[in-house]
Design a protein around this ligand. Sequence first.
Ligand SMILES: Cc1cc2nc3c(=O)[nH]c(=O)nc-3n(C[C@H](O)[C@H](O)[C@H](O)COP(=O)(O)OP(=O)(O)OC[C@H]3O[C@@H](n4cnc5c(N)ncnc54)[C@H](O)[C@@H]3O)c2cc1C
Length: 272
Amino acid sequence: MVNGYKPKTLQEAIEIKSRTSAVPYAGGTDVMVRRPEGVPFLFLNDIEEIKQIKDDGEYIRIGAAVTFTQALGSNLVPAIMKEAVSRIAAPAIRNAGTFGGNLGNGSDKADSVMAGFALDGRVRLVSVSGERILPLGEFCIRRGVTAIRDDELIAEVLLPKANCDLPYYYKKIGGRNALAISRVAIGGVYSVRDNVIEQFTAAFIGGGDVCKRFKEIEATIIGKPVDEVKANLDAYVKAYADSLTFTRGRVSAEYRRTVITNLLRDYFDTIG
Ligand SMILES: Cc1cc2nc3c(=O)[nH]c(=O)nc-3n(C[C@H](O)[C@H](O)[C@H](O)COP(=O)(O)OP(=O)(O)OC[C@H]3O[C@@H](n4cnc5c(N)ncnc54)[C@H](O)[C@@H]3O)c2cc1C
């Protein structure tokens, strides 16, 4: 019985993935909690090409096996992403946990995924039959379900450079200050010129069974003077609250609704 494979290249890894049921293992911080039995692991930590952070001029490319600690030490990683990953768990988890694992886990509370949503991020998936690049909103389907196929691996997260230097808003509310999974979180980037909102994104954790972003609401905000948006703030906050789904988990649905709407107001206060 094989306990695991330790490929040195991505090509080797996708070939193993195409002919076995090996479970990808990056930092193991999620996969070891579930401890799948009777299947070998596909250890990804020796694959240098997915442990790099690069700037290709159009995207900041974060390899799937890049750890959160590594990202925090990089000049290339945008500030909103750094803030989001700095709030993940404790140093021991951040030293091992990776961007690919945060996506692959399919959690609706994945903090780096939410920052990626706010930045219009994509994911590059690879298999022996080629590669696909999907917007994060198409990759994350619902809690525990992603668009990845059995023969694919996550290779990189791509963050459009055009969004990486924009001012941002990020707030995470957990059960305590440290080592807490998000109960509710909001992240977004924006820009204002001559009092007009030129860019605006808002991504949410805690308002559905997957990270959420509503481009149709964003479109009603973009192009408007800041004062006009602030004058109609109740209507915008209501549009978001009506679009999000609040369910009971560790906290009540009413708690999530109240906290998200308060954070939204705080976000709008920050703009302009
Ligand atoms: C105590 C504790 C606190 C935590 N706090 C937070 C938190 O605050 N915020 C948060 O977002 N998360 C948190 N997590 C969850 C976890 O640390 C993150 O989701 C982390 O990013 C997982 O990365 P990993 O490399 O350890 O993934 P792994 O455990 O190695 O893998 C996770 C899943 O992704 C799959 N996978 C991994 N890499 C790939 C790849 N390249 N291609 C395809 N599939 C892949 C694996 O098969 C598995 O299904 C916490 C976990 C623990 C144990």
